[in-house]
Ligand binder design. Structure first.
Ligand code: ZN
Length: 133
């Protein structure tokens, strides 16, 4: 792992939260993208090295809707930038972590991603992400 790539925040409604984060960060959202595999809409902001990803559900019983139902809006995951996602997934598995997907998935923002089960990471949903070159 090299650094935090982004922090994912679950929100109910982009029409409220995108302008809110534009105000907080004093910068415009640079990308909105639907991730079909997760049924979520994403919005990205960048401030220096730091990226924030807002996540909005596009279906009533999607993962983000369920998360918000249980925990309310707020921080959903922390994503770490990795050089070689397959190697990092193998390392995590050999350390006893539970991967939520066995193969890297296509994520937002030109990334291959894999999530670790929060049960074994102190309740923090961790995303590994590798830039697709
Ligand atoms: Zn993410």
């Amino acid at each position: 792992m090299r650094k935090i790539e982004h922090i994912g925040i679950a929100v109910k409604d982009f029409t409220i939260s995108v302008p809110l984060f534009e105000k907080i960060l004093n910068t415009a959202c640079y990308k909105k993208e639907i991730v079909e595999s997760e049924n979520v809409n994403t919005a990205f902001f960048q401030k220096g090295e730091t990226k924030i990803e807002l996540l909005e559900s596009i279906e009533a019983d999607g993962v983000i809707s369920k998360f918000i139902e249980k925990k309310g809006e707020g921080i959903h995951h922390i994503a770490f930038d990795v050089e070689d996602i397959e190697a990092e997934m193998l390392r995590m598995k050999s350390e006893g972590f539970v991967l939520l997907n066995e193969k890297p998935k296509q994520g937002a923002d030109n990334k291959l991603v894999c999530f670790l089960h929060p049960k074994v990471t102190n309740g923090v949903l961790i995303e590994l992400c590798q830039e697709i070159k």
